[in-house]
Design a protein around this ligand. Structure first.
Ligand code: NCD
Length: 329
């Protein structure tokens, strides 16, 4: 019985919102991945449209820059026949001083079914979700806090590459302090039984992060030893206060923490997989020979992102509950 089988309501996703992987149980995470796996096939067909969300409307409210996440959500919603509306930072009334809450309340008054929100404030999407009981909210990145759909697409990519999570070692390298991608991955991966290491200069690793169940490394060589996955992250310059210097120079950072072919050959597992959420700063966290090389599953991440977002939109809109009811009725 698959997760889209109407007679199987064992693992139903019963939440209105998707705000962070820290709120989900391991069973919910794997259930979303299973549903995404079923949507993956649709993206490979010549006709990529299904009527699943016909009559539903999805607003994409992106008040921070985005290329992949926004396009991926838009493609996901359109392939399921939802009507989509996009609002971006520069073109919204945020530039006129409107608060996120006011913007969201006004959008909700037009009765969309889902608002997908990206905002620089940690907890922004959660605050909106609480204030709007009739609208599903999906967090597409709230400051340095979480980016749950990125975490899920990363987990799907890892599961497809390795066949599972238990006992597998995932090393996340770079600016852990300011990365919502790191946080969502840590919460998700720890829950599904992976061993998670974080690696970077002490200034870019938050104190006490071990409490989330990760091991901390400050040298790339030890962090890479025996790792199945290396996930490189961008330095989140936009979240570093002006005048803040977290490492001596970009060159020095790249010498210590950048991944190149030579380091992979010397310190990496034979079958190690390299990931990056994008945008890549080539020559800093990853050399082009690695980003484009045989280790890289970076474009698989992007590909899997559409299926994951289809699954999240479908589940948050209660598609599964409706299917189960129809099956019973
Ligand atoms: C990430 C983000 O916005 O948090 N990008 C993404 O969504 N694919 C990572 C980043 O900007 O470095």
């Amino acid at each position: 019985m698959g997760p889209l089988d109407p007679s199987d309501d064992s693992g139903l996703f019963r939440r209105k919102d998707l705000l962070g992987l820290r709120f989900l149980a391991a069973s919910e995470i794997t259930h979303i991945l299973d549903v995404a796996e079923q949507f993956r096939g649709l993206n490979l067909r010549s006709i990529k449209k299904v009527p699943t969300l016909r009559g539903k409307s999805v607003v994409h409210l992106f008040l921070e820059p985005s290329t992949r996440t926004r396009t991926s959500f838009d493609i996901a919603a359109k392939r399921m026949s939802a009507d989509t509306f996009s609002i971006s930072g520069g073109a919204s009334s945020a530039t006129k001083g409107e608060t996120l809450m006011d913007t969201a309340r006004n959008l909700a008054a037009m009765h969309p079914d889902i608002i997908v929100i990206r905002h620089s404030r940690a907890g922004g999407a959660a605050a909106v979700a609480k204030a709007l009981p009739d609208t599903s909210i999906i967090n597409a990145g709230d400051g340095a806090c979480e980016h749950p759909t990125q975490g899920l697409l990363d987990l799907l990519t890892i599961r497809r590459a390795l066949g599972g999570f238990r006992g597998r070692v995932v090393t996340i390298i770079g600016d852990i302090t300011h990365s919502r991608v790191a946080r969502s991955n840590i919460h998700g991966l720890v829950k599904v039984g992976a061993i998670v290491r974080v690696c970077g200069p002490p200034t870019l690793i938050p104190a006490g992060i071990e409490e989330l169940g990760v091991q901390v490394h400050h040298t790339l060589q030890t962090a890479m030893h025996g790792a199945d996955v290396l996930m490189a992250l961008r330095i989140q310059k936009e979240r570093i206060p002006r005048g803040g210097h977290f490492f001596p120079t970009t060159r020095e950072y790249s010498r210590l923490y950048g991944i190149n072919r030579d380091k992979l050959r010397r310190w990496g597992n034979k079958d190690v997989v390299v990931m990056h959420p994008g945008p890549i700063n080539r020559g800093i966290e990853l050399e082009p020979e690695v980003a484009d090389g045989e280790w890289s599953v970076i474009l698989n991440q992007v590909e899997n992102g559409v299926a994951v977002r289809m699954a999240c939109l479908y589940l948050a809109l209660g598609g599964e509950r409706a299917a189960a009811q129809e099956g019973r009725g």
